[in-house]
Design a protein around this ligand. Structure first.
Ligand SMILES: Cc1cc2nc3c(=O)[nH]c(=O)nc-3n(C[C@H](O)[C@H](O)[C@H](O)COP(=O)(O)OP(=O)(O)OC[C@H]3O[C@@H](n4cnc5c(N)ncnc54)[C@H](O)[C@@H]3O)c2cc1C
Length: 767
């Protein structure tokens, strides 16, 4: 369904950005992972149809489906090969859970996968015997989520169909068989549950047998961690199914003479749900990778992935349900089923916010006087995917840190933020000399020729330090457009000067009468001999007072889309003037005026009246990375944490749950932004630009930065009413600064439309 850029743009991107190497970020699934996905997709298409799912209610178990899955060896995919299983990685299990979620499978796949693995590695003959029963389909084993000693009666996932339950009681790990099943309704009237996921209340204290395993508590906790990750993967894809169904319906159903997908009340809600759920999916993948590489923050990532997937999937499924109007509430439609399933999977471990508190303990340290949470993670095996940007990007990040350490300091931070345009020509030339100004500029034009990943690492590091380099930020967008579409002459003339930091470029898209609708530009270009005369006015031409050349959209014919021509107009000449505009976020931007500005034809970019197509790439470049938003979010988290760790009248704010939750949410959102951004940059670099992925990063990153800033502004009040450069003062600045981030480079509403159209196949809503 996802739209991709047309083949010409793809070829151009591939030729320029194909420096991606196999030793760095790689989100391509391996052949056997794709085969697993395809197998499960086929099995579920045949065995998890609407009538079969309904027939399996209210318990939520389809015996024939289960037999097929067992026959394919799916519940044993994490069991080592020498114990009769598939010996597959954690990521394979994630993919299996995703397919089960997408198919609303009536099968306790996640529970069986993790429990079977524990049986295999427990070092017990009795466990292995039970595993044998599981592998040939005679038994199903599950796990109890809470301590069986403290809470013998508890809701157990797959408890309705499991023959045995692996439990933790104190430090002892046991297998209990013949456990007493309890009624689900308080009045004992029957077996039913919210989402029909085969969960059941069990009395773990009343079992016919109880075997203690030699496996340590850590083995149980590692199993529980894997269960959380797989359930997060599953629940995100239940919600994704709901969104896809709703998008299809919105393309067909009409109201008031239009398809309902043409109403933004529908399409934007689905776009938001899609971003949340896809963000959950990418965070799960990122976590699997972090566990595999034994990153120190992997356990915190897992808690954040669980919290995010569990708390957003139910909301997303509900938004999708509402797209069906009254039909969504009927039992005939799958929408209600998705909503109930998402809720049931997400809530079975309790309120998801508890897991965010656990993430807070892991990231910030426990509340004073409390023990640190225990951490045990599964052995992930070869997950095949790789989120790491590789050695080149790591070195670029280090060089940037070193540059900031040599040239930075409190004075520089103030200068960067408060001079309104933080521009020091000498500093910019030094950044250029060290390859940090335009990292991707090819060596033939004097640049370092680094990858997009390295560029993103540099931009993030600068933003984290509070260095907001607006002038090169905008020049960096324009030179890449020149590199793709400029003539050889133009490239030779301009790019070497850009590379050294000697000339600067600005973007002249927005006009007084049109911003989001950039194709409605009125500024004219008329032919005057071999030259063109430009007349009109542009709004918000940031760094237009510094620029030597402006990328201008001009009107050269009346047709809205086929009447636009682009120029890289030299503006240091008569006919160009600038008026300053100051913004709430300490930005300086400009109104720029063009009065018979004479531009030789050699500065034309692309064909006469051919500007629209170039703009598609220019906008894709602008929206492809999330470095600014991610850096901003991280800086915000650091500032909020610094404030929260100071002693106040009532103790340290960081010890209050509401403070921990708010800062942990900002940290979690930064990880979702990061995961989405890495995927977008990777796809961009290999020339597989999906038009919706950049807007997803832009929308999620900027809205998260903004939303978290507003929340923290209130949370740390009244300290945040005073301006400053650290702690609460920096939160105050952040709350002002990032407002524009949700507006420039396309407002959040425009991003939602792009995501709905390109990612969900919904109709255009923008005329
Ligand atoms: C700090 C800053 C720096 C900027 N720098 C530059 C720059 O360097 N170069 C440049 O060319 N521009 C720049 N811009 C301009 C920016 O790109 C525009 O402000 C933005 O595209 C919105 O255009 P507008 O302000 O005309 O608002 P409008 O397009 O008039 O929008 C007004 C409101 O209507 C909503 N809206 C509009 N169309 C739709 C739609 N189809 N569906 C739903 N809602 C819609 C918008 O989301 C917004 O809420 C900058 C802006 C700021 C704030």
């Amino acid at each position: 369904m996802a739209a991709v850029l047309d083949s010409r743009l793809k070829a151009l991107l591939q030729s320029t950005f194909s420096r991606w190497r196999a030793d760095t970020v790689n989100l391509q699934l391996s052949d056997d992972q794709m085969m697993l996905e395809a197998t499960l997709e086929r099995v579920f298409r045949e065995h998890s149809t609407g009538p079969r799912i309904r027939a399996a209610e209210p318990v939520g178990f389809d015996q024939a489906l289960w037999a097929t899955l067992v026959g394919q060896g799916i519940p044993a995919l994490r069991v080592p090969e020498d114990k009769g299983g598939g010996g597959m990685s954690l990521m394979h299990a994630v993919l299996a859970a995703e397919q089960a979620g997408l198919a609303l499978a009536s099968a306790p796949l996640v529970e069986a996968i993790v429990a079977n693995r524990l049986l295999a590695v427990a070092g017990s003959g009795q466990a292995e015997a039970l595993l044998g029963e599981c592998l040939d389909g005679r038994a199903i084993v599950t796990l109890a989520l809470r301590d069986a000693g403290r809470e013998p009666q508890q809701l157990v996932p797959a408890g309705a169909v499991a023959d045995a339950v692996i439990c933790l009681e104190g430090d002892a790990v046991t297998i209990r068989r013949g456990v007493t099943r309890l009624d689900m309704l308080a009045d004992g009237a029957g077996q039913t549950q919210h989402g029909a996921i085969a969960a059941q209340r069990l009395d773990l204290g009343r079992a016919t047998s109880c075997i203690e395993l030699p496996a340590a508590r850590t083995a149980f906790e590692a199993m529980l961690a894997e269960w959380k990750l797989l359930t997060a993967a599953l629940v995100a894809l239940v919600a994704r199914r709901a969104i896809d169904d709703a998008a299809r319906y919105a393309c067909e159903r009409e109201a008031f003479g239009r398809r309902i997908g043409e109403y933004q009340g529908v399409s934007h809600a689905l776009a938001d749900a899609f971003v949340d759920v896809d963000g959950a999916r990418m965070l799960v993948w990122r976590t699997a990778d972090a566990i595999a590489r034994r990153e120190s923050g992997a356990a915190a990532l897992l808690s954040m992935a669980w919290w995010w997937a569990a708390s957003r999937s139910g909301d997303a499924a509900l938004k999708a349900l509402r797209v069906f109007g009254g039909y969504g509430a009927t039992l005939e439609y799958d929408a209600q089923l998705c909503y109930r399933r998402a809720g049931a999977h997400a809530l079975i471990a309790g309120d998801p916010e508890r897991e965010l508190l656990r993430a807070a303990d892991l990231v910030f340290g426990p509340v004073a006087g409390r023990p640190a949470p225990a951490v045990a993670l599964p052995d992930a095996g070869d997950v095949a995917i790789d989120f790491d940007w590789g050695p080149e990007a790591a070195a670029a990040r280090e060089r940037t840190r070193s540059f900031i350490a040599r040239h930075g300091g409190a004075q520089m931070t103030r200068f960067m933020r408060d001079s309104l345009d933080g521009f020091d020509p000498q500093l910019h030339r030094q950044l250029a000399a060290e390859g940090l100004l335009y990292p991707e500029m090819p060596p033939e034009y004097g640049g370092p020729g680094l990858s997009g990943r390295s560029a993103a690492a540099i931009h993030e590091t600068l933003a984290e330090a509070g260095w907001h380099l607006l002038v090169p930020g905008i020049t960096g967008l324009v030179w890449r457009v020149i590199h793709h579409f400029g003539s050889d002459w133009m490239k030779q003339e301009l790019l070497p000067q850009v590379a050294t930091g000697d000339i600067h470029l600005a973007l002249g898209y927005t006009e007084p009468s049109c911003g989001s609708d950039i194709f409605a530009a009125k500024t004219t270009a008329t032919k005057a001999g071999d030259d063109w005369l430009i007349n009109g006015q542009k709004m918000f031409t940031s760094s237009g007072h510094r620029s030597d050349y402006n990328l201008l959209i001009t009107r050269t014919a009346p047709d809205k889309h086929r009447g636009l021509t682009l120029f890289i107009a030299p503006v240091k000449q008569p006919g160009y003037s600038v008026t300053e505009i100051r913004t709430i976020g300490d930005d300086r931007t400009n109104v720029t005026f063009y009065s018979d500005l004479r531009v030789p034809d050699r500065y034309r970019l692309g064909d006469v009246n051919g500007g629209t197509k170039i703009l598609a790439l220019a906008l894709a470049i602008e929206q492809s990375g999330g470095g600014v938003y991610l850096g901003g979010l991280r800086q915000l988290c650091g500032a909020a944490l610094a404030w929260a760790r100071q002693d106040g009248a009532q103790g340290r704010p960081i010890d209050e749950p509401r403070v921990r939750l708010a800062i942990a949410e900002a940290v979690a959102r930064s990880h979702v932004t990061d995961a989405l951004s890495r995927r977008s940059i990777w796809n961009f670099e290999i020339g597989r630009v999906k038009k919706h992925e950049g807007p997803m990063v832009k929308l999620f990153g900027s809205e998260s930065w903004s939303g978290c800033s507003q929340k923290l502004l209130r949370l740390a009040a009244p300290d945040t009413l005073l301006r400053g450069y650290a702690g609460a003062g920096l939160v105050e600045w952040s709350a002002r600064r990032n407002i524009a981030a949700t507006i420039y480079a396309g407002t959040s509403e425009v991003q939602r439309s792009l995501i709905a159209e390109a990612g969900l196949g919904l109709p255009r809503t923008r005329g």
